[in-house]
Write a protein that binds this ligand. Structure first.
Ligand code: G5P
Ligand code: MG
Length: 226
């Protein structure tokens, strides 16, 4: 049986985690698990947990660690025999430690994108809530304005992409990401990719992943894209 591959992608809101994750999942056959998508599912179900979670997400605040690990770790147990990619989890050091107790990641992809670029992208983002497919009016517009390409259903703007929530998300990210980055650096599995264009970053990620999946040894590396 081929060796399983477990990876996570991190980066500030709008850095392209979802967009790049879908390319990785398609190109390398990894199962894709997005914390934001599961949280929105939970909110839509309007359960007690969903009502609580909503109060954080709509303000652009982080959902408490114990709620996140209770949501995400059982999902990972369900895909135990598969290779997977985590998007948006772990996001804090306690989450990273809890995950590490359950299983060790092979690679962490860290995206670095300038602040102004992030703001522009998110204000133009449209989402198909049922599938999590994302569009951007400039970068990847839907075939028909305001409609999902596959189902034709209406697209929406997330509440947390509105300006006040967005600024809060960007500020919080800066504070909590550094210890997580340092943690994965110390484990020797962090690969950072910088740039303003997903299409220019993607070939570098593709190459590193191709090499990683061929070689079981890991090494910490900073990959600066031009
Ligand atoms: P999410 O859903 O994980 P964020 O804030 O981490 O949300 P987000 O907003 O989903 O991140 P992304 O996935 O990094 O951004 O980016 P994306 O959606 O692929 O791309 C953004 C937009 O830019 C899209 O419209 C895309 O088409 C476009 N785009 C991509 N590349 C380019 C490009 O090269 N050029 C241009 N012009 N456009 C491009 O989490 C949401 C909330 O849930 C909670 C928090 O409250 C969080 O705020 N949460 C957690 N709380 C605690 N712990 C956790 N682990 C949590 N996970 C989620
Ligand atoms: Mg996302």
């Amino acid at each position: 049986m081929a060796k399983l591959f477990r990876a996570a992608i991190m980066g500030p809101p709008g850095s392209g985690k979802g967009t790049i994750s879908r390319r990785i999942a398609q190109s390398f056959g990894l199962q894709y698990l997005s914390s934001g998508h599961y949280l929105r599912e939970c909110i839509a179900a309007n359960t007690e947990a969903g009502v609580l979670v909503k109060t954080y997400v709509e303000r652009g605040m982080l959902v408490p660690d114990h709620v996140m690990t209770r949501l995400m770790l059982p999902r990972l147990e369900q895909v135990i025999g598969h290779s997977w990619l985590l998007d948006g989890f772990p996001r804090t050091l306690p989450q990273a430690r809890e995950l590490n107790n359950l299983c060790q990641l092979d690679m962490v992809i860290n995206l670095t994108v300038p602040f102004e670029t992030l703001k522009d992208r998110l204000s133009e983002r449209w989402v198909h809530p049922a599938s999590g497919r994302v569009y951007n009016m400039g970068f990847n517009p839907p075939l028909v304005e305001g409609r999902d390409d596959i189902t034709g259903e209406p697209l929406i703007h997330h509440d947390d992409d509105k300006p006040e929530a967005l600024m809060a998300r960007l500020r919080i990210y800066k504070d909590v990401a550094k210890p997580v980055i340092d943690f994965y650096k110390s484990l020797g599995i962090l690969h950072s990719f910088s740039g303003t264009d997903t299409d220019r970053i993607w070939p570098y990620i593709n190459t590193v992943l191709t090499n990683k999946m061929d070689t079981p040894h890991s090494d910490a590396r900073q990959t600066q894209t031009p």
